[in-house]
Design a protein around this ligand. Sequence first.
Ligand SMILES: Nc1ncnc2c1ncn2[C@@H]1O[C@H](COP(=O)(O)OP(=O)(O)OP(=O)(O)O)[C@@H](O)[C@H]1O
Ligand SMILES: [Mg+2]
Length: 353
Amino acid sequence: MRNGVLAIHRDGTLALMNEEAYRIFALTPRPGDIGHPFAEILRPRPAVVRMLGSAFELSHLPNRAELRLKDLDRVIGYTLSQVRDDRGRPIGAVLFFKDLTQVEQLEERERLRDRLASLGEMAAGMAHELRNPLAGIEVMAGLLRRQVPDSKDAQSLLADIISEAKLANAIVVEMLEFVRPVRLQVEQTNLAEVLNQAVTLAESKAARGRVQVSIEVEPGLPMIDGDHHQLSQVFINLVVNAFEALEGEGRVGIRAVRGDMEQDPAFTGEPAAPIPAVVIEVADDGPGVPAHLTDRIFNPFFTTKVTGSGLGLAIVRKIVDAHDGRIDLNSSPQIGTRFRVTLPVSSASGWFK
Ligand SMILES: Nc1ncnc2c1ncn2[C@@H]1O[C@H](COP(=O)(O)OP(=O)(O)OP(=O)(O)O)[C@@H](O)[C@H]1O
Ligand SMILES: [Mg+2]
């Protein structure tokens, strides 16, 4: 990762600003920039202007401090130092900085992984403990049913007990599925098949009603190295969510096209060329996800539904991660919800777990 460097004179004019600095601040270099007041050049970045403005006022300048550039959604780590002449009088200031956004995102992912790991252990333990008594309830209610064949009331109560126990068991199974580490059976996978299957299976899990579904696959879309079964789980969950959001009325559009994927500099060390990928979008024109919830919907057990377990998207994310893919979300009440899954075409990187 390269450093941004920016230097100013005591009179507030810009002495130097390197390419990386322009990039991080999302500004375009212009010929007259050097010698121009820095406050004007950096006007779109008022936080930086304030920070540089303090260079000659503060007695202790920040060393390895962090600054959040809100409008760019970026974090920089910086050190600000004064430049002095022979007699020790400040004649300028230099700012060294780095874009920490990616580092921060990696740390955030790491924290999430740790949290999920401990949560997962607990959930796995609970799920195991719960399975036996639940199976017991189901079996014994079944036995009791045979003993009271003539009582209608008892029959219907017992039927309810059995179906509730089945539901609880299904949640436990899903929970186990979620906490189990993903083991991929990687094969050459045809996404068109995966998507068609996923829609059929989603229809058996949620009421489709009059919802129109379209699947559009770019001709000649490459096969990808992936786990056919697990990838269907991804799209079943997304399509089921869309059906549930639409409540019987609306459209679901699924599109798969070629794309590419930036490589994670944490793995490659240096910025590397993007790798070939397939981008699959699952969009619905439903009510959308409220902005304040978009960060939370991938969390295990987060649900806004009465009967939801909130594991659907957590599982989706886990499977996509295991494929070294990405998933992101675009949603608004006007357009609905669009999930975009990006999967690398080839697992040649050997990162598959
Ligand atoms: N297409 C969508 N449109 C609107 N909201 C959505 C959509 N997809 C997901 N959500 C929101 O995200 C939440 C979490 O989804 P997730 O699939 O993880 O759990 P769930 O559907 O509630 O339960 P489960 O999938 O376990 O049955 C949902 O409760 C819903 O609020
Ligand atoms: Mg769901």
